[in-house]
Design a protein. Structure first.
Length: 141
């Protein structure tokens, strides 16, 4: 097992001022978003090489492997990095509750914010060409 994160992966990460990257955790077979945690290079290395998700606790200032105390483990099925390198997606097989409050997801526990639901313009129902979509995306950034 490597003792440091693969340098090619490390070079792709864009970290915050504390050296952390957000990790979105998703149930692998349903697509359900379970939680968001934080990883540094060591937490990501452990996650990629041990088959269980490890996070960096910002409050306790230590590593924690999900489920070691609660039994609500997250078994890694896949991991990927977003196009900008500033977020990770970890797909898992979640055992029990993902949230420390005991709910299935941290978003169940957090609750709905009452957002206005948008409606798609019927003219946007079809796919536009990829070049036009990419140009609009770059302009919006």
């Amino acid at each position: 097992m490597p003792e440091v994160l693969d340098p090619t992966i490390s070079a792709r990460l864009k970290r915050d001022d504390a050296g952390l990257v957000a990790a979105v955790v998703q149930q692998h077979d349903t697509g359900e978003v379970l939680m968001v945690g934080w990883m540094d290079d060591e937490a990501l290395r452990r996650t990629l090489t041990e088959g269980r998700v490890t996070f960096w606790s910002r409050s306790r200032k230590e590593y924690w492997r999900k489920g070691d105390t609660s039994g609500h483990a997250q078994y890694v099925k896949a991991a990927s990095i977003d196009c900008d390198g500033d977020a990770l997606l970890v797909q898992v097989d979640q055992v029990g509750a993902a949230c420390h409050t005991g709910t299935r997801t941290c978003f169940d526990a957090g609750g709905d914010l009452g957002a206005v639901v948008g409606e798609r313009d019927p003219q946007d129902a079809g796919e536009r060409n990829a070049g036009e979509r990419n140009q609009r995306y770059e302009e919006d950034r």
